[in-house]
Design a protein around this ligand. Structure first.
Ligand SMILES: O=P(O)(O)OC[C@H]1O[C@](O)(CO)[C@@H](O)[C@@H]1O
Length: 360
């Protein structure tokens, strides 16, 4: 049962349009020019998925190499590359200990490295470790299964890339304006995305409720979306869920499919799409149901067409929204009352967080 006035994932999903519009309104003053050509991003959970969702946009618009690492593994096993110019730690709460610890260790090793912290909380421990705080600008999010913080993180990273590209003279004023206008048009359609997803869910709710495993499959630039689908479905629906690139799926995971599995194909108009469709046609014969979430218009009932005029590099900002809504609805329909939090002592017991989350 949802308690009155208690925010839910849906509360925050419905705020995404406004949050992203405000971030856009505050551009360029709200974004830094990021130094150097070799950026290292450290983040975990939804924050690392957000980094992957912005990576290919940034690398396309800028002359940078963006390396993304899990902070715990990086801290204990990886070597800091000589050519690394800066480190960006991302933590929406600013309370993920692995990210904070890895940043502290790098600081000890190379004090002169510029460290940015992308976080919603200026007063957090992460914010104290870095040289420059970049605020995510998503307002308060008191549901642990983050949604608006996820898209806001992607957008701040993309816009910081755009501002840096302009500052370096890599794009003209007109090109910058064109990018901003294409973001704006798609942001204004978020309410349509929500409505279309609600209709899609209505049509498929019974079928979705029968799945024993969900898999989302994408091509390159949308890997952050597939990863976040895995995170969000695992956190909320709590049945085996995975998200990966089609080529990864073709080397092992395809052996496990059966009629209890359901697949989502992410159609981002990638030049590799034919291979995605070939895989979908093949798997249709063996899994319980295939769905497509597409940037184009819907072609049939099992396709959720968002009808957005954006390229695949920006798509990660938008294609995740249907997955966020589906995660919420499927979870609630299966009896997972998301407002009743579980494993509440986990973060402190495992020291994965500096303090208990401030959840509704
Ligand atoms: O961005 P943050 O606050 O570091 O959190 C990272 C991840 O940790 C979690 O809070 C789980 O501990 C996830 O829900 C979240 O995606």
């Amino acid at each position: 049962m949802v308690e009155e006035n208690k925010p839910t994932m849906m509360t925050y999903i419905k705020e995404e349009q406004e949050v992203l519009s405000n971030i856009l309104k505050n551009y360029p003053d709200n974004c830094p020019v990021i130094k150097g050509n070799n950026w290292l991003i450290l983040a975990t959970g939804s924050s690392i998925n957000a980094a992957y969702s912005a990576k290919y946009y940034i690398e396309k618009i800028l002359d940078v190499y963006l390396t993304i690492e899990e902070p715990f593994k990086f801290h204990y096993y990886e070597k800091l590359k000589e050519e690394t110019d800066n480190v960006i730690g991302i933590s929406q709460s600013g309370e993920s200990t692995s990210t904070i610890d890895a940043l502290k260790a790098i600081k000890k090793l190379k004090l002169e490295l510029t460290m940015y912290g992308l976080t919603s909380k200026r007063e957090s421990e992460l914010a104290q470790v870095v040289n420059e705080v970049i605020e995510i600008e998503n307002g308060i999010e008191r549901v642990g299964y983050v949604t608006k913080g996820f898209t806001a993180t992607i957008f701040k990273l993309m816009l910081s890339g755009l501002k840096t590209a302009k500052n370096k003279g890599l794009i003209s004023e007109q090109e910058e304006a064109k990018e901003l206008s294409s973001f704006e048009k798609a942001i204004n359609k978020i309410s349509d995305i929500i409505e279309k997803t609600e209709n899609f869910y209505e049509k498929w709710s019974e079928k979705l409720g029968q799945a024993e495993r969900f898999t989302s499959l994408c091509t390159g630039a949308l890997i952050g979306t597939a990863m976040e689908m895995q995170t969000k479905f695992s956190e909320t629906i709590r049945i085996p869920s995975q998200g990966m690139d089609i080529e990864v799926f073709m080397h092992g995971p395809y052996f496990e499919v059966n009629s209890k599995h359901q697949h989502f194909y992410i159609d981002s108009n990638s030049p590799m799409n034919q291979r995605l469709f070939n895989l979908r046609d093949y798997e249709k014969r063996y899994v319980g149901q295939v769905y497509t979430i597409s940037l184009n218009k819907s072609q049939n009932d099992s396709e959720l067409g968002l009808d957005l005029e954006i390229d695949e590099y920006k798509a990660g900002l938008f294609i995740i929204i249907p997955f966020q809504i589906l995660a919420h609805h499927i979870a609630e329909a299966r009896g997972n009352h998301l407002s009743q939090r579980i494993y509440t002592d986990f973060g402190l017991a495992m020291k994965s967080k500096t303090k208990p989350g401030d959840y509704a």
